[in-house]
Design a binder for this molecule. Structure first.
Ligand code: ADE
Ligand code: ZN
Ligand code: ZN
Length: 236
């Protein structure tokens, strides 16, 4: 996602944290909110020192296939990223600086896990090479999903987070259940559906928003709920 998507995920998660988790996170982040730190992983992207974290934002594997760690990118991927962050945060051997760094990354990567095109295919780099038109402008499908729909919908991250009550209590406990791998496959299914309904060169606009803004909002909310579940499990 772009900045607003990540911040919405962080803001929604904040509302699902237990008191104890909130307190522990506040200490680690020196008072900063999850929304504020959610974009940190993008801010360090251009820094040579953090090059190794580039492949951690996504995973690519063929449609109809499964995620196979032995065939995965040796430089890591979003599954490796999330597993590593959780491990550092659970460890009693890591410093609070290291924990703070990996907490900021975890907030970001749980967001990206819910952007369907981040569970993509290598051929077009998660639709970064899939050219489309967005209203009157040329762009790519990845960017439509990362930012264009959220921008055109014209909602700030706090508005996105404030209107997040689309799920019942029962649905929320269903959403929290399952593993990170299950959540990844849920995104993959959405990704396959997006490819089945979008063609190269398509002129996307209001009709596309009508079909897919609800999916974007649902994914942001699920990301927030699941991020909170992981954090509550780690800290409480
Ligand atoms: N670069 C290569 N594949 C990608 C993907 N699926 N998402 C984002 N960036 C990528
Ligand atoms: Zn992206
Ligand atoms: Zn990212």
């Amino acid at each position: 996602w772009g900045r607003n998507g990540h911040r919405a995920t962080g803001e929604i998660a904040q509302k699902h944290l237990t008191r104890k988790t909130k307190k522990e996170i506040k200490k680690l982040l020196k008072g900063a909110s999850l929304a504020l730190v959610s974009t940190y992983a993008d801010e360090i992207k251009s820094d040579e020192a953090y090059r190794a974290y580039g492949p951690w934002h996504y995973v690519n594997f063929p449609f109809g296939g499964t995620y196979n760690p032995s065939e995965a990118n040796p430089k890591g991927d979003i599954m490796v990223a999330i597993t590593s962050c959780v491990e550092v945060l659970k460890s009693s051997l890591t410093t609070s600086e290291e924990k703070a760094f990996h907490l900021k990354l975890l907030v970001h990567f749980i967001g990206d896990l819910h952007q369907p095109l981040h569970i993509g295919i290598a051929e077009d780099k998660g639709a970064n090479d899939f050219q489309v038109r967005w209203f009157d402008e040329g762009t790519n499908l990845h960017s439509v999903w990362d930012t264009k729909m959220i921008e055109s919908y014209n909602m700030s991250y706090s508005e996105l987070a404030a209107n997040d009550s689309s799920f019942s209590k029962e649905e929320i406990s269903e959403i929290k259940s399952g593993t990170v791998l299950d959540w990844m496959y849920e995104s993959r299914e959405l990704c396959e559906n997006i490819y089945a309904t979008t063609n190269k060169g398509d002129k996307l606009g209001y009709n596309y928003m009508y079909d897919y803004v609800p999916v974007v909002r649902q994914q942001l909310e699920k990301g927030g709920i699941r991020l909170a579940a992981l954090l509550n499990d780690i800290f409480d």
